[in-house]
Design a protein around this ligand. Sequence first.
Ligand code: GLU
Length: 459
Amino acid sequence: MASQTGAIVQQSLNALMGDSTFLPNLQEQAREQAFLSLAAILSTPNKVHKAFLRITIDNGNVVRIPAYRIQHNDTLGPYKGGIRFHESVSEDEVTNLAALMTLKNALHEVPFGGGKGGVVINPRTYSAKELYLICKKYVQYFSDVLGPDKDIPAPDMGTGEREMDWMMAEYKSIHPGQPYLGSFTGKSVINGGSLGRREATGKGVYFAFRYMLHDFLKEQRSWLAGSTNPFVQTALAHADRPLSIAVQGFGNVGSVAALEAYKCTYLHNKVVAVSDRNVTLYNPDGLSVPALLEYAALHQGDLPATEAALVALDIKAQILGREEVLYLDVDVLILAALEEQIHKDNVERVKAPIIVEGANAPVTGEADVVLTAKGTIIIPDILANAGGVIVSYFEWLQGRETQFFSEDQVYKMLYDKMQKTLNSILPAYFGDPLPLRQNCYNHAVMKLSTMLYRQGKLY
Ligand code: GLU
């Protein structure tokens, strides 16, 4: 587990250990022993599966591609988490992401454990046929440890419904006669996927931000008014006025979050910047997100990156370097690209007082400390980007019953679930100046610890 996740989990455990009302039957030596067990369980994955997928690429050469499935913890239910295709995938990275899934599911009361998979490739450099073979081989190599009641993968960076359809089909061939709809989530709707799954993460990201900074604050204003908590002051300074928003990443999460912000006209928020792997587009008067989405859909997901392309679209924007999105003078920065985007070497340049983590782990532990000390509100990954796994859970349920929900039902259930979590976290956050990330971890760790204790696992 990366040091940041591990360190925050340990702080949660320290707080729980010192709270005599938590598991009061555990005392003295037994208490110490139980918390040592908890630390050991949560800081290491249950199982690490690694394989070298052997495929014949289009030029006839045979290659071996490293691939992982890491099963972190299954206290709450079957392991659950995406499979990413990216060239920087490593065992450490996937292990940390699997641990984040354990915490995310516990935080939102999704009845799954935490897992994650990865394949070390840049999918843009492989043909569709090669990617198909990689997906098939991934399922063949890991088929014994996957399944609707064992471990349920989903899309992550570099994968989507096409890959999940291929993988589910392979799982079905390997396990004839067994239930297969719940073996993978994030499938296409025609193959048993859920309406709204593709948009779920981005919609949830915008919802978490909107609910916290608008709906919740509006209700709670009276008791927060005199607070000296720096996060309350940051929040109140940004409540009830239009906000400028910059979004890093224009993929499945960033583009949907940007569109939600654009469409949320009653708040008059303005999307002033978006970025992708090539450029940042910036216009302080606001960008037309629908026009950019249309362009990206026709250009393999890329944003227009030349003056000529912008003129043709009738979009006015400055073209800046791709990293510049991080340093703009905006109210809200949504990070929906890769991990470790804000780190110790660039954190001083970040101006946004509100940061929303659409990606997993986009702020390093060192940067987190610097931002938190400034009173920056960081809505952390496990809180903000859980829309994907929440709707994956609905997809899994629908697959079990072969009864499908309407898109409106899915979004209503998604927002209800996220709102319930936010309502259980925000009063403590605004009442006590602990970073939101720590509050969320405390909540998740408390749930996991209680269950492990009641299951007799803390010896
Ligand atoms: N990959 C997504 C995440 O990091 C979704 C996982 C899932 O749907 O299982 O949360």
